[in-house]
Design a protein around this ligand. Structure first.
Ligand code: ADP
Ligand code: MG
Length: 381
């Protein structure tokens, strides 16, 4: 961390001859609450100790000059809609500027140098970290922090929609902006209300095992899952499955397809699991948290059918080794498992998972240890 900061400061001074202000924002995990956002349910993310960090200084011009250390590219752009840069990483920053302006906020020219250690495309949302870092910074530098934090998250989300071609929900940006050390957040995707819950698992670690596989999918399985959920909700006379109960679902079982039944069963169960995890965290009961994670995996694999062989394999290895909790994190069909592991089992589990996965699939998974940490912030000198 210190070395990232020093590197940024050194390069900023070399390029721009002055000192700016340092900001950072984080990647995120989601402990539980998968495929729930579009069903009006709960997600349960937290910011992690992997960040994008930027040094920024207003330059008195009408243009932005920014250097990406990791990509080793320098880009300049103006602040009008037609000034959009072509470099994809710069479009995130341009998008943040434009979305702030569209909301009546102020953005003037600035110089920036940034770097990060959120792995790209690994399911930890490096893009949200990048967006939130700049949104937070430009709010502080040009808007006297008058844009509220939820709007900052929406500015990041709109950037993905309007400038990066990614039709994402709000969870990633929410987690990155609102993240707080030692806390996870339960976000209600219907009301947008949120609550912090303590997450200080002293005897456990969170570790992600990234399978590095992404299965190409035919006939948009995500849309199909959504359609199933919508059909069942409608059949129950509800807007979304948020208010559905298992009893109500069982009462219409014979009227709906088996596929729709199992999809809805997962979603209803997942809401209950998130609430159970909240209670468990308040009681400091990490064994129950882990149990719920396994149940989520099972549901995602068997009922929602968004797992794949590799992720089920990693889940099985975790279970066999006595890992406390393990499940797919993210939309599925590849990517990571998130694991809650007793500290004294951590190294053994990693070694076993890497070796056995490599033997079976011919490449090693990537391992990311994460600690729940602060989200968007100014870094005081
Ligand atoms: P993720 O799941 O990590 O969010 P995305 O594809 O949504 O993956 O976002 C990754 C993109 O975000 C990169 O292609 C790049 O444009 C930008 N990005 C993320 N981290 C960095 C970084 N450290 N330096 C430059 N650009 C970055
Ligand atoms: Mg992303």
């Amino acid at each position: 961390m210190e070395s990232m900061k020093e590197k940024i400061q050194k390069i900023f001074e070399e390029r721009f001859g002055e000192k700016g202000t340092l900001y950072a924002s984080a990647g995120r995990i989601n402990l539980i609450g998968e495929h729930t956002d579009y069903n009006g349910g709960f997600v349960f993310p937290g910011a992690i100790d992997k960040v994008i960090m930027a040094e920024i200084r207003p330059n008195g011009m009408e243009k932005v000059r920014v250097f990406s250390i990791d990509i080793n590219e320098y880009v300049e752009f103006g602040l009008k809609e037609e000034d959009a840069p072509s470099e994809s990483w710069a479009r995130y920053i341009f998008g943040i500027c434009r979305e702030i302006q569209k909301r009546g906020g102020e953005v003037k020219g600035f110089d920036a140098v940034f770097a990060g250690n959120v792995p790209l495309g690994a399911g930890l949302s490096s893009s949200a970290a990048l967006e939130s870092c700049f949104a937070f910074a430009l709010n502080d530098l040009f808007n006297n922090n008058t844009i509220d934090k939820f709007e900052l998250a929406k500015i990041g989300q709109s950037t993905e929609h309007n400038y990066c071609g990614v039709n994402c929900g709000i969870m990633d940006q929410f987690a990155s902006v609102f993240g707080r050390k030692g806390n996870l957040m339960r976000l209600d995707c219907r009301s947008m209300e949120y609550e912090y819950f303590p997450f200080n698992p002293e005897d456990y670690e969170l570790v992600l095992v990234d399978s590095r596989v992404k299965h190409e999918l035919k006939d948009s399985p995500y849309n199909k899952r959504r359609e199933s959920c919508e059909r069942v909700a409608k059949r129950l006379g509800l807007e979304t499955l948020r208010d559905a109960t298992m009893e109500a679902l069982d009462a219409i079982k014979s009227d709906i397809t088996a596929e729709d039944y199992f999809r809805a069963k997962f979603v209803i169960g997942e809401k209950e699991r998130v609430l159970a995890v909240c209670d468990a965290l308040n009681a400091g009961d990490y064994e129950t948290v882990g149990k719920k994670m396994y149940e989520t995996h099972e549901g995602l694999s068997k009922d929602y059918e968004v797992s794949c062989e590799e992720l089920d394999f990693l889940n099985d290895v975790a279970k066999e080794m006595g890992v406390t909790g393990s499940r797919i994190m993210g939309g599925g069909f590849g990517g990571c498992t998130i694991n809650l592991v007793k500290k004294d089992l951590h190294d053994k589990f990693i070694k076993e998972a890497v070796t056995r996965f490599n033997e079976k699939y011919g490449h090693e998974p990537m391992i990311y240890d994460v600690v729940i940490s602060d989200g968007a912030r100014k870094i005081e000198e």
